[in-house]
Design a protein around this ligand. Sequence first.
Ligand SMILES: *Cc1c(COP(=O)(O)O)cnc(C)c1O
Length: 406
Amino acid sequence: MADEYEINRHLFDHVILPVYTPADFIPVKALGSKVWDQQNKDYIDFAGGIAVMALGHCHPKLVEALRQQSEKLWHIGNLFTNEPALRLATKIINATFAECVFFANSGAEANEAALKLARRYAITQFSPYKTKIISFYNAFHGRTLFTVSVGGQAKYSDGFGPKPADIVHVPFNNLGAVRAVIDDHTCAVIAEPIQGEGGVIPATDEFIKGLRQLCSHYNALLIFDEIQTGMGRTGKLFAYMHYDVKPDIVTSAKGIGGGFPISAMLTTHSIGHVLTPGSHGTTYGGNPLACAVAETAFDLINHPNLLSGVERRHKLFIECIDKINKQVNIFDSPRGMGLLIGLPLKPIYKNITQRILQNAVQEGLLLLNAGNDIIRFAPSLIITMEEIQLGMNRLLKAIIKAISNQ
Ligand SMILES: *Cc1c(COP(=O)(O)O)cnc(C)c1O
């Protein structure tokens, strides 16, 4: 590469591994639920960095926590513990079923830890053959070879050589299918309370309760992957709290750091104790910088006003969607909870999903899809009512353009 080059979208194709196809513009700054590009054009952010920016961009309290900690201690390694990690773990434990926490850096790593823990628990407490993991079609659990193999889309795990063994996939929300494969050799069932990447598909109450019963009966651990649904996204701190069940392991990432990379695996002492010193670990996991930001994010999110605000915003989204659909009639009923909302296009409009997303960018709106025919909203949990209205006006314009030149 020459010494002189322009920082533009074109450069991406030369210098970045081509596993992504980013938008044509480059965001350079953001505040709250507004993002600006290199040309200073503004966008309303309904994507939230894929359900990560729970408190919006550059929240002043997170900026301050980051700044303060950055002048004290960034990284010290797990030969030592640190104050922010201890405080954050204590807060998580006080607010959930958990009795101990393992910190990592990404969702995939939290799930990797959960799956390794479930295997180790079953092998040490029951039998070396108790290794079967039951998962669901269209589930998404991350991109390490183990987590992508447990995930429910073969296209993401094929073509990388031999996969970890003893993983079974069955249809989501189908208890009979789980009953048909679960047995004494099963170590864990892993499920998202709402399948996120798979199309914003909520688990039914009956399904969640049935999984709990089956897992208890076969001494298998129930793992909820709450990487997308956790940290207030559904209007409760974790989505499992909507159901009257106690999981064995919960994984959290995305919203937990409010944009700073950190993840956590939550479990109980009686399960967690099977991982002994040296049996698992990570260099960066639980570093003071990440934990200080996450601790501040936790205090802000785990607050009754914030959580009830998620429900109010949900209602406004649904109202706006109804209004738009009265005009254009291209959507089936929205689904999801809180500020994880999936909007399915009617089958005959499936082919315009991408065009709507592209038009939205032109109109100044950042949106997500989930699969080919679902528009997904995962904005900041504190997006203002005005920003929701403004974004929805832009969405309507994007849709009208997409239909009219279909
Ligand atoms: C995003 C996501 C992951 C993976 O998280 P990474 O940080 O990308 O590794 C795992 N599970 C669910 C449910 C997710 O939404």
